[in-house]
Design a protein around this ligand. Sequence first.
Ligand code: UDP
Length: 431
Amino acid sequence: MRILMISDHSDPLADIGSKEAGGQNIYVYYLARFLARSGVFVDIYTRWDRKTKKEIRTINHHVRVIRVKAGPKRYLPKEQFLTVLDEFTNNIMRRMERENIQYDLIHTNYWYSGLAGLAIAKKYGLPHYHVYHSLGQIRRDTLQNYNKLGNGLVLYEERNASEEKIAKEATGIIATSPVEKDTIIKLFNVNPGKISVIPIGVDQKIFYPRNYYRVRRRLRISEDEKVLLYVGRIEWRKGINTLLFAFQSVLKQYPRSRLVIIGGGKTDSVKRLEIEDINRQQQLISELGLGNHVAHLGPKPQKELPYYYSAADVCVVPSYYEPFGIVPLESMACGTPVVASRTGGLQYTVQDRITGRLAEVRNQADLAEKLTDVLENGKLYYSNKCVERVDKLFNWEKISKQYIYHFNRHIDRKENHADSNAGPVRRTGTA
Ligand code: UDP
């Protein structure tokens, strides 16, 4: 099987800590790698966003990342992607023709890629699966609720209409949680049979529990300190300000506790984008008198994160809006309970009272209560259930098999697609 994967603005090899790099990059990278383990060939097409990047990077014998020229080879805010979408789509097809390569299926990520996928699927008669990662209407509602919409309304109208078109015209939609499936059905009135729920996974060979005391020594954290851990981008919608208020209450009960914040920009240009959020946070930290208890560590490579998750007593995901959220999975895989907002995919990944607690969105008192509850019960109360849940539902090895099962159903029926003889001939056989 040979898959054409499209991830418009999220290069799977981008450094976390670079612009707009986060969960989607990680998802595309791992999905491709795990599909490859079952012998599937995957080419990931993404926008060429830096001159110094090579056009093609081979991850292994089965997976390539192909950078496609669309506009200047530098960062372009994703809000401007429509201006280069046609060039992006045409250049993907041009490369396919140049390499004389035929794919069996298209898998697209985010709505711009979805639109590119529809055009390519139509031209070559290919089945097409789409993953939204984030839904325009939900994001728009959240922005509006927090007075952050500004003049983005027109783009959201375009995005909504495009997301509906993708829902109607793609062969299949993958929702990453049952909550997302219900939302898609409600928003676009599509046949539920067209939507499959396949969650995002975590690599349990990287994320597994390390010895609590040993990692604490390694990270120079004393044994009697309570550690609350936040991992993720520094962005208003991640709810760090609410967390700071909640942490102030937690400190009253647990004076020897520390909030560790990992994530944010690595380069000056990304730091500039975050400056407003960072300044607000710093101001809050000093106003609330938390200075000695909050450690901002900046971004860390993924392979170092298991040590922090293992050393923490609880991981906090206080988002105002979260389509899926990979961080809770990573924490749970390391045996650390999660306190997350009751929103989006977090309601599915975190099982209230079993793998942590769910707190009301942007409610600092509730968040503090849930954090204290988890600290009182102690990490061990949740650890086994956390690992079990990841093992059962969010293991990449199992998830990639679910993808293959779904893809195969449509590849077998490919002859039913219009124009199936169009396009370049197959270059090689299936693996
Ligand atoms: N991440 C990382 N280093 C950091 C901060 C985050 O590798 O310093 C990774 C983290 O391990 C996770 C991803 O970034 O896999 C964040 O994904 P999530 O879905 O939680 O949030 P998103 O970025 O999609 O909003």
